[in-house]
Each structure stands twice: as C-alpha cells, then as structure tokens.
Design a protein around this ligand. Structure first.
Ligand SMILES: Nc1ncnc2c1ncn2[C@@H]1O[C@H](COP(=O)(O)OP(=O)(O)O)[C@@H](O)[C@H]1O
Ligand SMILES: [Mg+2]
Length: 507
C-alpha cells in the first residue's frame, strides 16, 4: 500500500512559518511565503517520485522511528460483520427480505441474499407464508422456465412427493420420468397408449366428504363421471351443446353398455353399438331414437375416422398412482385435428383428476407444461379451475407454465366466461415466478403483478436461469436456478438442437 500521509507530516514544520505571516513587514511576509512555497515544492518532489504517478512511501511500514509518532506496528483492520437475514430485513426494510427458511428442496442461489433458496409449497403453506397451493411460471422462450419446473419437481419427488405432468407438447419430460423411475403416457394418432373414456378411474378409500367409500357411492360417482365425460366428448364432436333427448339417449346407452359389459370394462365400441340399436328401435320414444342417431354419427368418428385407435378400447396406458411421476406426452397431437386434441385432453384430464382427487395417493405436483394450450381448452380450463380452488383439500400443488400473462387471454374474448375463468386462475395463484420477459410484455407483467420498479428492472436484466420469485404477498427473491451435473443432460432442452448441428454431445 502506498503511504500518502507523508506530505502533511513534512508540512507540519511549516505551521509556525504560516502563523508568522500575519506579523512582520511586507518584505518579511514575502520572504516567508517564498520559504513556504519552496518547502511545499520540496515535499511534493520527495513524495511524488513513483513511476505510476502516485506518492512513494516515505516512512517505513509501521511508521518512522521517533518518539510519540502515534504509529504502531499494527494495522487497523475492520472485523467482518455478519448478521441474520431477519435483522437485515428489519434494519433495511426496502433492501433485504427475510428468507423462506430452510425446509424444502434446494432450487438455487438467492442472488441478493447470497444464500441458498429452498422451496417446498407444503412447508410454506404450513408456515402460513402462502395461503394457496398454485404457482405460475412465466418467461420468454428459452429463459429457463421448464428447467426451473424440472428442478422443483425432481427435487421434491426425491423428498417423497409425487408429480403429474400434463400437456407436455414437446415430450421433454419423458427423460425426467425415466430419471425418476416414473412413466410416460403417449397419446395421439399412431401412439401405443389408448385411453378409455369409460374407465372407472382409481377408487379412493374415502369420499370427498371424508366418509368411507361404499360400493353404492362409488357406483354413483363412476356413473356421474362417465356421463360427464361422454357429454364432453359428444359436445366436442357435435361442436355444440348436447340437448334435450340427446341427454336421455346418452344415459340410456351408457347404462346398457355397462350392464352388458359387466363384469368387464365398458368401452366406446360397445356404447356406439347400443346407440345404433336405439336409433333403429321402435320400442321407445321417437325423439330419443333420433337423438341416438345423431349421437351415433358423431361418436362413430372415434372408431372409424381420424380418432381411430385412440379411445376405442380398454386403456393400455399405465396410470399407476403409486408411480413417483407420470408425464402425459401430447407431442403426437401437434397437427392432429382439433377434436382429437380436445378429446385426448378430456380423457387424460379425467384420469388425472381421479388421480389428484384421491387423497390416498399422497401430495402431488401437477404441472401444466405449455399451459397456454390447456388454458385454451374449455374442458381443461374447467378442470384447472377446480384444481386451483381445491388444491389444499386434494393435497396438490399446481404449476402453470406460460410465456406471458397475455397467454391467459387466449382462453377467450375479453368479457367471455373462458377469459374470466383464466384470469381467476391468476387471482388464486400465490407463487409467481417471473423469468426474463420480452420487452413488449414487461409493462403488462409489471402492472398486473404489481411489480416495483426495482423488480421490473431485475426481470428485465435476468440472465437465462435466473427468475424473480414472488412467494405469498410479501416475499420476493431473485433466484439463480442451479443444476447438478447429473441433472444437466436430463433437463437440457438444447440437446436436440446440438445433435442436429452435428452430433455434439450435451454437457
Ligand atoms: N438454471 C440454468 N442454468 C444453466 N442453463 C440453463 C438454466 N436454465 C436454462 N438453461 C439453458 O437454457 C435452455 C432452455 O431452458 P428451458 O428451461 O427449456 O427454457 P424455457 O422452458 O423457458 O423455454 C436449457 O436447455 C439450458 O441450456
Ligand atoms: Mg419450456
């Protein structure tokens, strides 16, 4: 270190000279000024000799050897200062927030706090940090949303939770399911998995009211579920609501199908056969026969048309609720007809519902990957609303991944029921994670989520893999998501691009 105190020491001898200036004659004062100027010049020459223009050290380290120079052999060094995040939050209320505690899975580094950021929604709910069990993850393409969701899912599954990934349009979760010992269901034209809309689903041990499940109650619930799903499929295929006598025809054909299939599983071909018989029958009402004929034409598409092979038989997909993770790969549906997509969502959604509403199957994360796709489908959106409202009762935590808040508007025109439903999801979401946004979307995000200017700047500057977590009403943490070496090849969505560029192996 350069010593820069030498100059004032050397000038200290001038003080009497300067004091004398006020006395004496003009000539004497001029002489004194000259002496002082020379002394100053000499002092600066003595101290400014360094090549780098800085004053050179004039005294040995520890001070010049003379009595009472007040220089010792020690250096004054400030002790490091540490304090708890809680105290800092009190002392600097607008700068540092209290952290979220240590219970949960490690997600990454708290960029400003410098510590680890851990997350477990069930623990946070218990600690009353959050009051709802849903999260929205938003960010531009490639900002790191899926990687973040995969970190949360993988690490919480390793801590004993389960996960269900719906609407994985890119099939990027297949490898995650493999990594965690789970299963992937592939639906779509030409895919090996078939989903039967008339399945019973998974029988829970208790009713939604907490009563033991009796055979009678279960039979009533299964009938209601089958009717509901058949009605949804009918509406998709007819492209309008199921009306009047069509309801009667639907429920009569269902009852006949279940009866004739017992003790086996009823399937759509059986249901269609009963519709056909009803349409030519002269025993019952004419309007029911006509309604059955209309439904027959619509449902026949499932066994003959472009939907053939997807829903027309017993379920082959493995919806085992004991598996740690199940992912629904809908990649094959990209480019399929609108009806195929909607029916596939309705059928897999119905299975998912029976899995998540079953309190026997434990705490589960439900991830809507590419969530804008689910939001734009009415049946899926209705299910999501239910899942959002009842997440606490079901023991689930919902994660909706979207690019921007505007994606919620895809649900329907302004003022429509669908648009209102999609918006209400946002209102019921207590954890919002904001990754880098396109500039055009930033202002909307800022306004709708009530970001402060500093938070907006933070989002604007976010690097890939870093996001702003708003947890509950008061906690905001900027988190750099970290991946382990084992996770990198499992999470990386760039693998394909790299291999397409000439077989380069991912990190
Ligand atoms: N936390 C992270 N650390 C390092 N790289 C990351 C991180 N998050 C994302 N990436 C990189 O960005 C790529 C795209 O991330 P991804 O999560 O698929 O983005 P998004 O889902 O937002 O489109 C990943 O394949 C990876 O290479
Ligand atoms: Mg993604």
């Amino acid at each position: 270190m350069k010593h820069i105190g030498g100059k004032s020491n050397r000038l200290s001898g001038l003080v009497p000279v300067m004091l004398d200036i006020s006395n004496g004659s003009r000539q004497a004062r001029a002489q004194q000024r000259l002496t002082r100027a020379r002394a100053v010049a000499a002092a600066s020459v003595e101290t400014a000799g360094g090549d780098d223009g800085f004053p050179q050290q004039a005294f040995p380290t520890g001070g010049k050897q003379r009595i009472n120079n007040l220089r010792g052999g020690f250096r004054l060094r400030q002790r490091p200062f540490s304090e708890t995040a809680f105290s800092f939050a009190t002392a600097y209320p607008f700068l540092a927030g209290a952290n979220l505690g240590h219970k949960g899975a490690y997600i990454g580094e708290d960029v400003y706090g410098g510590g680890a950021f851990v997350f477990d929604p069930w623990e946070l709910y218990e600690a009353k940090v959050i009051t709802g069990m849903s999260m929205i993850l938003m960010g531009a393409v490639g900002s790191g949303k899926s990687t973040c969701a995969k970190s949360v899912v993988c690490r919480l599954v390793m801590l004993g939770r389960k996960a269900l990934i719906l609407a994985d349009r890119k099939g990027e979760w297949d490898v995650v399911a493999q990594f965690l010992g789970g299963h992937t269901i592939k639906v779509g034209p030409g895919q090996p998995d078939r989903v039967n809309p008339l399945d019973e689903g998974i029988r829970p041990s208790v009713t939604p009211d907490g009563e033991p499940m009796t055979d009678l109650r279960w039979a009533a619930m299964v009938r209601a579920k089958r009717l509901n799903l058949l009605q949804t499929i009918g509406e998709i295929l007819l492209d309008r609501a199921v009306q009047g006598a069509e309801h009667t025809a639907l429920s009569m054909a269902l009852d006949l199908t279940v009866e004739s299939a017992a003790p086996g599983v009823p399937t759509l071909p059986g249901f269609i056969e009963h519709l056909r018989q009803m349409s030519v029958s002269t025993d019952g009402s004419r309007s029911v026969a006509e309604a059955a004929e209309r439904l027959l034409h619509a449902f026949s598409r499932c066994t003959q048309g472009d939907l053939k092979g997807m829903f027309d038989g017993e379920t082959t997909a493995n919806f085992d609720p004991e598996l740690p993770i199940i992912t629904v790969n809908t990649k094959a549906l990209v480019g399929a007809s609108k009806e195929a997509r909607k029916i596939a969502y309705a059928c897999t959604g119905s299975w998912a519902e029976s899995m998540v509403t079953n309190s026997d199957s434990g705490q589960r994360l439900c991830v809507y990957e590419e969530g804008w796709d689910s939001v734009s489908d009415e049946a899926s959106l209705t299910r999501m609303m239910e899942a959002w409202k009842l997440a606490r009762d079901y023991g689930i935590f919902n994660v909706l991944i979207i690019h921007k808040l505007g994606d919620l508007d895809i649900a329907g025109d302004a003022g429509s029921k669908m648009a209102a439903m999609a918006r209400s999801l946002l209102g019921d979401t207590t954890v919002k994670v904001i990754y880098r946004q396109e500039t055009a979307n930033l202002a909307v995000t800022e306004r709708e989520l009530g970001l402060t200017r500093a938070e907006r700047e933070d989002v604007n500057r976010s690097a890939q893999g870093t996001g702003l977590w708003k947890v509950g009403p008061y906690r905001t943490v900027s988190v750099k998501n970290q991946r382990t070496t084992a996770e990198v090849p499992v999470f990386d969505t760039d693998n394909k691009m790299r291999s397409n560029r000439g077989g380069e192996v991912a990190a």
